[in-house]
Design a protein around this ligand. Structure first.
Ligand code: GTP
Ligand code: MG
Length: 344
């Protein structure tokens, strides 16, 4: 994962670190002179020695990056971030912060790479919101005696992996002894109900469905009713893929959300989407106010910038990464691990 961005960041950092060192002029020992009656005779050897050491050490070990030099480097950095799916506003923030941290500072040459890497780490840690534990949230709600299930609504554009993610999360919850029911609220796409029913069969999870073309909000509502009656802990609502540019379809998801009052609204996006995902996530957030993000297809994402972009733009946590098609191919998003995967 994220191989491309990792290598490019490394090369860029190396390049900055290889910048020529700060040069110091050789200090010539002052001539002998008389001050009044006092004679001044410098310790030539001592001066020679100290200036030599200064010259040598500064030549091999110190660099200072000026604002102008940084501008040249930063153009290159901006390009490489943009090429790797980091949104422009995020790339600009990274560059701004990096500038403040390294420009004009005299740095030991051997420490420059480390210094820049540490800066990247700090900035990325600041950009990404720490994910909360979904299992804990479900347990918190279902542990009291209210018998109210924990409801999760999934949304996103077409084909991003919503239905697959629902099955993966259900399998994950089941392993933690949390019971689930699926709401087949994608009543629009051909074969969508059969698709989720297949997952239900494989995972031994009840699927609540109606006819194609029925109101998806009603399907979600039915599933919640079923969960309450049967003491099921968690309702997972699948919805149809919808373009973020379609006002009518955004209205529909708003209605599903109003009727089902989910505890958690998850936006499912592809990590390979590129900058488009910014507009997608903003639209869904505007329509229903999302609480967290799942990025799928991280297994085929060599870049890694999407996570930074959606995290920064929404200030919402990335909860899981989808890393393949099987049920166990889902990992809890971990900031530290993500930073490590970027080679920082
Ligand atoms: N490589 C990879 N493939 C994935 C991942 N998640 C989902 N897929 C694949 O993506 C394709 C679409 O997945 P679905 O779950 O049907 O997507 P969806 O968002 O429900 O699609 P619509 O309901 O049509 O909007 C399927 O072929 C999945 O197997 C993932 O993390 N990695
Ligand atoms: Mg689907």
């Amino acid at each position: 994962m994220f191989k491309k961005l990792r290598n490019k960041l490394k090369n860029w950092t190396k390049k900055v670190a290889e910048k020529p060192s700060v040069e110091t002029k050789e200090v010539k020992p002052p001539m002998k002179f008389d001050v009044g009656k006092q004679k001044y005779e410098p310790d030539v050897e001592k001066i020679k020695k100290s200036s030599f050491i200064k010259k040598v050490t500064s030549k091999i070990s110190k660099i200072k990056i000026s604002e102008k030099e940084f501008e040249v480097y930063s153009e290159e950095l901006e390009m490489l971030l943009l090429e790797n799916n980091v949104a422009l506003e995020v790339a600009e923030k990274i560059i701004q912060e990096l500038k403040q941290k390294i420009v004009g500072k005299e740095l030991l040459k051997k420490e420059v790479e480390g210094e820049i890497t540490d800066c990247f780490k700090e900035i990325i840690e600041e950009i990404l919101v720490d994910p909360f534990d979904v299992i804990e949230k479900v347990k918190e709600k279902t542990s009291d005696q209210s018998k109210e299930p924990y409801v999760i609504l999934f949304c996103g554009i077409n084909g991003t992996g919503k239905t697959t993610t629902i099955a993966k999360i259900a399998s994950f919850l089941k392993k933690k002894k949390i019971s689930c029911v699926f709401a087949a609220a994608d009543t629009f796409r051909a074969a969508s109900i059969e698709q989720i029913k297949k997952h239900g069969e494989k995972l031994d999870i009840k699927v609540i469905s109606q006819e194609y073309g029925t109101d998806p909000a009603a399907v979600g509502f039915d599933a919640i009713k079923y969960a309450k009656k049967n003491f099921i802990d968690c309702v997972l609502i699948d919805t149809a893929g919808r373009m973020h540019t379609s006002k009518n379809l955004l209205h529909e998801i708003e209605k599903i959300s109003k009727v089902c009052k989910p505890d958690l609204k998850i936006f499912v996006g592809e990590s390979i989407t590129g900058n488009d995902i910014i507009e997608q996530v903003k639209s869904f957030d505007w329509a229903i106010g999302i609480d967290g993000i799942v990025l799928t297809k991280a297994d085929i994402d060599e870049k890694g910038g999407t996570a930074l972009s959606v995290g920064y733009v929404t200030k919402k946590p990335i909860l899981y990464l989808g890393t393949g098609q099987e049920y166990n191919k889902i990992i809890v998003f971990n900031k530290k691990k993500f930073i490590e995967d970027l080679g920082l």
